[in-house]
Design a protein around this ligand. Sequence first.
Ligand code: GDP
Length: 588
Amino acid sequence: MAEKIVQVPDMVTVGELAQTLDLPVTKLVGELFKNGIVATINQRIDVETAQIIVEELGLEVQLVAEEIGPVARESRHELSDDAVERPPIVAVMGHVDHGKTTLLDAILDTKVQEGEAGGITQHISAYQTVRNGRSITLLDTPGHEAFAALRQHGATLTDVVIIVIAADDGVKPQTVEAIKFAESANAKIVVAITKSDKDTANVDRVKSQLASEYQMNPEEWGGDTVMVDVSAKTGHNLDKLLDMVLLVADMEELKADVDVPAEGIVIESHMETGKGPVVSMLVEHGELKPTQFVVSGTTYAKVRTLLDYAGRPLAVAGPATPATITGFKEIPSFGDRFIVAKNEKAARSLVEKNRLTQQHEAVHSRVTGSDLLRMMNKSDETQDINVVVRADVQGSLTSVTDSLKLMENDELNMRIISSGVGSISENDVRLAQSADAIVYGFNVQLPPSVKRMAMRTKVSVRIFKVIYELLDDMKEVMESKLAPEVVETPVGKLKVLGVFRTTRDSVICGGEVLSGKITPSTLARVVRGKTDVIAEVEVKHVQRQQQEAKEVFEGEQCGLELKTQGKLQILEGDRLELFTRELKARHL
Ligand code: GDP
């Protein structure tokens, strides 16, 4: 008899399965019980388990999992033959005050808002502009960490990096970071030497700095790095800059599939009163539309509003288009992938699957390979630093926690015991007190009552507005916890020629200085035979010709009073190797 093929969700509830198979729930529950599975009507079981039960029940049914798309964690997208050209995704980076914001303003011909309503700091802001009928997607972030954190999530978002350098200031630390980022992300570089309108501008100096120090030679000097001098103030060369970005992007084949369920990356998310989670995303493939069901991690949305970068309603957001949507049940995480599901049932099922995967990972990631190595190497020396982190938006929270985790090393184990979006609360302080933790706040408030509580309980609460400063602070905390380095410096060697008195905790002896010098207030190893170290002692006093001496040099003879740990028999012919020992604070 031919088997009946029945489609069920990948993780199906006992109730749904009973309904699909037209069986009483009790019968299924009973059969599961016989097989050692205690299940309720809402319990989810996987297709394999369901199939076993179905067979045990003697039904001629073959269950197959519905296609609900991949777990939205990493893109498994392979371009099809129908892939179409997409706009380049361009990150704008540079040293602070070099004119990044002004340049973006000028390109977009709008005012790039410093944060949105209520002064919310954006994590990554995305915009689009059009040049010669072609779209260019521009990404901006207050700090480079956001991009770095995205890469930690396995996302390579950028095709081209515009590195903004002020013509009157030249290459600065964050410029170098930007260059390194572009290289590690395998992105093409276009250098924008801005503020070229200024009297103090020296475009050639910037070019030669890049050429000599960073092996980036401008094309006009025979190199292959595109450099454009621009002015955001006068508008000089802005079109040329965009032309160059397109030209550089054309060297890569930038394509995307359109005829697939939309997928991409969450680049910013926060709560807004009256709207709930507001989530910015960058579509990579497919077309995102209102009323579709979007899954990201363990939450999903029926897209209620779909807006473009300037807050205008969109009918469709295609590849490389930034879009902001509302409709999520909970805030998805910055850097997480999203994917459109067929319907609400599929969305829920995918959420459930992601939740199980996360649980599985949480259980299995408790001890990772590197943890194990760490434990083997330094089991008793590893110290925990416990922290509670609060940030204004999900995006910056992820960025702070990711950056903090990167600071861990063999000796210091960073434990983020709690993290969340919003003001620091009494609960945070209570938790920090019980776990001996530090509370870090990023762009958040510390209500006076909480501050009083923190002072009372001596919990350290540190609030920052700049991520570098927060990380520097953590570095100091870590350095203060590092075991100091022991530095030993040899001073001199002496051969014992006679032992005059030995007491319970001291020895008075005399000898000849073999090398270096002998000085009081040092330590000495007592060496017998060739290399046997038999004790470590303190050199209390040194005498030359019955006089206290500060230094006695090679070839001279002297008397010594040594302080010993317990009674120590020093013999004629033993050697003393004098040294000093210092403890030095270590730096990361
Ligand atoms: P950011 O920190 O890199 O975003 O720098 P801003 O865009 O805030 O610019 C820093 C300062 O440089 C501001 O005072 C700008 O007015 C000024 N500035 C930016 N671009 C230009 C330019 O092309 N010409 C001149 N003369 N000043 C500029």
